[in-house]
Write a protein that binds this ligand. Structure first.
Ligand code: CMC
Length: 426
């Protein structure tokens, strides 16, 4: 039986039946009943902007699945590269498909010398690496002119491979520049996370040796961050992509959206917050400050637009943290974080608003223990999320979607006549 909703227009007495499809109602159907009346939904709180078959998220039950596969199983058994293939293609790869994919990604890790020598080297000495990444990704569109052929399947696949392959190289290059270290070229004999760690940390040794536990932990973090359905940066990717801009430009917009502290910048904010709190004794006072601040002072790494339960990614990260700390030593801020979580989860302010730890609450502690500077945290997020952005971009183009162009409710001045400057009053 098809589900539907019947609405009666009290002005005319007419009734309309609107079908409920995949848990939603078409705004176009409503618009027929309400011509000239717009749906006011700032922040898209009640709006589904797309149909998507990529990621399933049930925020109340704390469920996250990529293409139907539970995030817990992927984090346990898969790799980031395999997950990227899954997100983009809908199915897990066979052995030969994966080998081809791995080969394609690995053979596109190098960046044009001009990107590094002329473009990245031109930044100010203290440039934030995320700002550098946003700009460098946008600049790539000027190096690959075929990127504009977004409906040519060969070109599209080439740009997807380039973006996934080059993000770690750009990210590491941004870091090396910001600490005044020479650029390290990709080592294509290494796997995806190990190659990135080599580009980050290699000094004078002929070959950088990664600790397998750290490579694996980073790969798990990449898997957990690979997609999260219609989040702010993915929406930015889709909105810019809907104008048929090339994927580098759209991806740069997505990176820019991720830069903000409410999104990808949150794990950086968590560490700053934990460092400011300093020790476990100061936790109750900080919690009181958050509560008194009524939303102005926030418990960073807590709360989520969609999760009204423990973020399943935070559970996995908490476990992965132990493996990392075994190698690196325990991050002293972990105790502050655990205390904060314990108090918040038993406090009415947080429970009544259903504020639980999100993915960023513990990821920063791992990144910090692994030696990543705070400024690199959103950059690490961007490397991982590139697969999700591209999967959504591709899905949107295949749906032949309209250009994103919302309406507004105008609240400004009525028509008035221009006043010459000499006759204006302050
Ligand atoms: N600390 C204290 N109070 C909070 C917090 C928080 N972290 N988050 C929400 N609230 C309160 C907020 O003040 C409001 O209270 P009231 O109803 O009294 O006005 C209520 O909870 C609802 O908050 P909201 O801002 O309307 O919720 P939202 O869905 O618009 O915001 C959020 C979601 C993630 C932006 C927000 O929870 C937040 O700012 N969290 C801290 C930053 C953070 O950890 N961001 C990472 C998100 S996960 C990774 C990602 O997706 O990038």
């Amino acid at each position: 039986m098809t589900e539907s909703i019947t609405i009666t227009d009290n002005r005319s007495g007419e009734s309309y039946e609107i079908p409920v499809v995949n848990g939603g109602v078409s705004a176009t159907d409503w618009a027929k009943i309400l011509p000239g009346i717009w749906f006011y939904d700032p922040g898209f709180m009640s709006t589904a902007a797309a149909e998507s078959a990529i990621t399933y998220l049930d925020g109340t039950a704390g469920i996250l699945r990529y293409r139907g596969y539970p995030i817990e199983q992927l984090a346990e058994s898969s790799t980031y590269l395999e997950v990227a293939y899954l997100l983009l293609n809908g199915e897990l790869p066979t052995e030969s498909q994966f080998e081809q994919w791995r080969h394609d990604i690995t053979s596109h890790t190098f960046i044009h010398e001009n990107v590094r020598k002329r473009f990245l080297d031109g930044f100010h000495y203290d440039a934030h690496p995320m700002g550098m990444l946003v700009s460098a990704v946008a600049a790539l569109s000027t190096f690959y002119l075929d990127a504009k052929d977004i409906f040519d399947p060969v070109s599209r696949q080439k740009q997807i491979i380039r973006l996934i392959a080059k993000m770690p190289t750009l990210a590491a290059a941004a870091h090396r520049f910001s600490v005044g270290m020479p650029f390290v070229y990709p080592d294509n004999s290494l796997d995806f996370p190990s190659n990135f760690l080599s580009m980050m940390w290699k000094v004078a040794e002929p070959r950088y040796q990664t600790d397998p536990a750290l490579s694996r932990a980073l790969d798990i973090l990449f898997i957990l961050h690979a997609d999260h359905e219609q989040n702010c940066s993915t929406t930015a990717m889709r909105v810019v992509g809907s104008s048929h801009a090339d994927p580098y430009s759209a991806c740069a917009a997505a990176c820019a959206a991720l830069y903000g502290p409410r999104h990808g910048g949150a794990n950086e904010a968590v560490i700053r917050m934990l460092s400011e709190i300093g020790s476990m004794e100061n936790v109750p006072a900080f919690i009181s400050e958050v509560k008194a601040g009524h939303g102005h002072v926030r418990l960073q790494g807590f709360g989520h637009r969609v999760y009204k339960n423990y973020d399943p990614r935070a559970q996995i990260i908490k476990k992965a943290a132990d493996d990392v700390f075994e190698v690196t030593g325990r991050n002293p801020l972990l105790d502050v974080a655990l205390k904060l979580e314990e108090i918040a989860l038993s406090d009415e302010y947080f429970t009544s608003r259903r504020l639980y730890p999100n993915v960023d609450f513990y990821s920063g502690l791992i990144y910090q223990a692994m030696g990543f500077p705070l400024e690199m945290f959103p950059v690490l997020f961007a490397i991982a999320r590139t697969a999700g952005w591209l999967a959504h971009w591709q899905e949107m183009l295949d749906q032949d979607s309209k250009i994103a162009r919302p309406r507004q409710l105008y609240t400004g001045a009525d028509a008035r006549d221009y006043v010459p400057m000499t006759r204006r009053r302050a």
